[in-house]
Design a protein around this ligand. Structure first.
Ligand SMILES: [Fe+2]
Length: 109
């Protein structure tokens, strides 16, 4: 890490990191795990990849707000304990990534 910057600078670093993860890193991990027959790792990577895409979207929404001189409205954030799926607002009845029930979501404060 190169240190803490402005909010926008920090968000841009986070956005780039999440993009790298779901666009390059996890696809490579998935290919390797599939090729090596590591089914548990394959499942984990297949869950993690779309989670990183959600994080990318949430950081992008925050960056857009900052760009417009605003802040995101305060809202509850829920994280799936199984796969890490993150949602701003209420937890869904079932995780769209791993299928876990709503009870598996934890509110992050
Ligand atoms: Fe999940």
């Amino acid at each position: 890490m190169s240190g803490v910057g402005s909010t926008m600078a920090n968000l841009l670093v986070a956005i780039a990191g999440e993009a790298h993860e779901f666009q390059k890193m996890y696809p490579e991990f998935i290919k390797a795990a599939a090729g090596e027959g590591h089914s548990a790792a394959l499942k984990s990577f297949k869950n993690a990849m779309p989670v990183e895409e959600v994080h990318h979207r949430l950081y992008s929404e925050a960056a857009e707000a900052v760009k417009n001189g605003k802040d995101l409205a305060e809202t509850a954030v829920h994280v799936c304990e199984v796969c890490g799926h993150t949602v701003a607002g209420e937890a869904p009845d079932h995780c769209p990534i791993c299928g876990a029930k709503k009870e598996k979501y934890t509110e992050v404060k």
